[in-house]
Design a protein around this ligand. Structure first.
Ligand code: V0V
Ligand code: CO
Length: 151
């Protein structure tokens, strides 16, 4: 059995206005922005706000603004409005995790890892096969200078 989830890496939250939501999380929860990126391939402008450090790495809130209406987050906002978009779990080896989870007949949206926030390797699982939850696997960058790292 696959037993490789090491932490909740981040909760992805869809929003219309990234700057406004960053200001809200800063002023309401005292969170601090750890990184900001535009990810053209994923169709998002995003920010990672650091929540806590745990034994297997850090956890974040990821705020996501779509780059256009015909992107995953743009379509989600049009259908459902602002709110939780996905959960990202930490794994040590995303390729091995994909192989193990794919063998359970969970549809993989990414056959191979792709570029994620702060130098991570990421891959998504289809929400229809995970009880309605879009699920992301996150292997943190090995070089901490490139971003977050496993502790
Ligand atoms: C769509 N659905 C969702 C959902 N998005 N269900 C739960 N959570 C979500 N986030 C449901 C939707 O309500 C439909 O169900 C059905 O899936 C098909 O949706 P659709 O609107 O027709 O859209 P599709 O099929 O074109 O695309 C949906 C998927 C797509 C999930 C396949 O969004 C995708 O490939 N997502 C992975 C990439 C991604 O989300 N990137 C942005 C984050 P009904 O209505 O038919 O029942 S980037 C990120 O997190 C980064 C960079 C990082 O962490 O580093
Ligand atoms: Co994410």
């Amino acid at each position: 059995m696959f037993t490789g989830l090491t932490r909740i890496d981040h909760v992805g939250i869809a929003c219309h206005d990234l700057e406004e939501k960053i200001a809200f999380y800063e002023s309401t929860f005292g969170l601090v922005v750890a990184s900001r990126e535009v990810n053209e391939a994923q169709g998002v402008k995003e920010a990672m706000l650091h929540v806590a450090d745990g034994p297997s790495g850090s956890s974040y809130v990821q705020l996501l603004e779509p780059l256009g209406p015909d992107t995953p987050v743009g379509k989600f906002l049009a259908k459902r409005g602002e709110g939780v978009h996905h959960v990202g779990y930490g794994v040590d080896d995303v390729a091995a995790a994909l192989e193990a989870i794919g063998a359970k007949h969970v549809r993989l949206l990414d056959e191979r890892p792709r570029h994620g926030s702060m130098g991570a390797s990421i891959a998504f699982l289809h929400p229809k096969d995970v009880g309605g939850v879009l699920t992301e696997l996150v292997q943190a960058a090995e070089d901490p200078r490139k971003g977050r790292h496993n502790a």
